[in-house]
Write a protein that binds this ligand. Sequence first.
Ligand code: FRU
Length: 499
Amino acid sequence: MNNKLFALIFLSGIIFFNTIMAQDRNEQYRPEFHFSPKSNWMNDPNGMVYFNGKYHLFFQHNPNSSKWGPMHWGHAISKDLVSWEEQKIALAPDSLGAIFSGSAVVDKNNSAGFGENALVAIFTHHNSAIEKEGTGLHQYQSIAYSNDEGKTWTKYKGNPVLPNPGIEDFRDPKVMWHEPSQQWVMTLATKQTITFYGSTNLKSWNKLSEFGEGYGAHGGVWECPDLISFDHDGEKFWVLLVSINPGGPSGGSATQYFVGHFDGKTFKPLENKTKWVDYGADNYAGVTWSNTGNKRLFIGWMNNWNYANIIPTQNWRGAATVARELQLQKIDGEFFLSSNPVPEFEKLVSPLATFSNHKLKGQLDLSKNIQKTDGVFKLELVLKETRDFSIVLANEAGNELLVGYDKKSDNYYIDRTKSGKVNFEPGFAARHSGPRIAKTREISLTLLVDAGSVELFADDGLTVMTDLFFSEKKMNKLYIRSVSGITITQLKYSDVQKK
Ligand code: FRU
């Protein structure tokens, strides 16, 4: 056999093996109850829209590799935001460029002329040939439409609809219908500011205003914004979500938000304070579904650009957070955004153990429970007082992941320093913390643990932390520890299973 033939057979063997592996849902770290693509790379959630009883989730996807590359929009559908069915690819690169992040709307009144109730996707074309020329003109906004509930898409012949005005980072359009001013409003990331554009037909856009200079965190480029409204005690408030990379509170990527007013032209924040949607390291580029009435339903990419391309998974890389409902809460006269898993999440949950009024000093061993659920679970705790405690996930390999509360600093934390494989990136082994925002004496929290992730929702979602971890073996030991002593008013341990 000549060398070339041998190499060819050898390579096909590898490809065949990889294809089989890609379909194996028992892969190490493959999430049980989070969306992840069957194979290959995913980053940001895109084009989320609710239509005819279905939630559409598109996502940044490289179908040819488990590393970031020419971006497509992958597609998944769910009827309940918890079980997802992956579909065929929705948008692929074309002569204008690769398909970067963006949004989708239902064009009820046929404002764009693609048909009544057409789904219209608004996205960034990223042209790497132009990028190489160094003019900074390589990103511009384009649209595509679907008349069959997102199965097939036609790109608009007049693309791009918003050419680049000379701004290097010019991307991630999030579009919504603004009823009072009777126009579509596009919220766009423009370097380290947000620029708002208006349109009546989704095809021609005019600049409304720009926000951000001197406001919030500026440790990195601003990306994937979203402008959403909330009614609070009869008054309307607008919240602007802005992802930033790097410069997040736990290093690298994170999403900040501003609470304020929007009059159809200008966004005015109530204050100049930096607040984060999630204080963990692994919730990025999250935005909300369109066409969901008064509900603000959010999903993020459960990863961080610091290491997204080298996390130790093989045939797939990247997952989404659980879908979360956002709310605006007023604590001592100040507004904060809270996130909690959507109520539909309860469909996956079966309680295994509950108890109440337990005084704990030292350690409570819940290992029997975690063994029954193969390391995947939901834990709900109500504690009588704010005192130091930690929830400890561990295994025989000596891996340990801690989630807890530190009274002295009044912070929640996740410590993944010794959680297993941590050396693939220098910053991964770290202890992350998020401030306690609630003022109550009692602590209540929900912890969701999947094969390689932990999501903490403390005090009705006022402090949220999401972190990835890669233990060498499944975590099969679980303890709650408190040296100073705590009273567990209520504990509920549940299995979480994809139905
Ligand atoms: C955010 C981001 C977006 C961009 C996309 C490219 O994670 O950098 O700004 O559109 O990813 O995949």
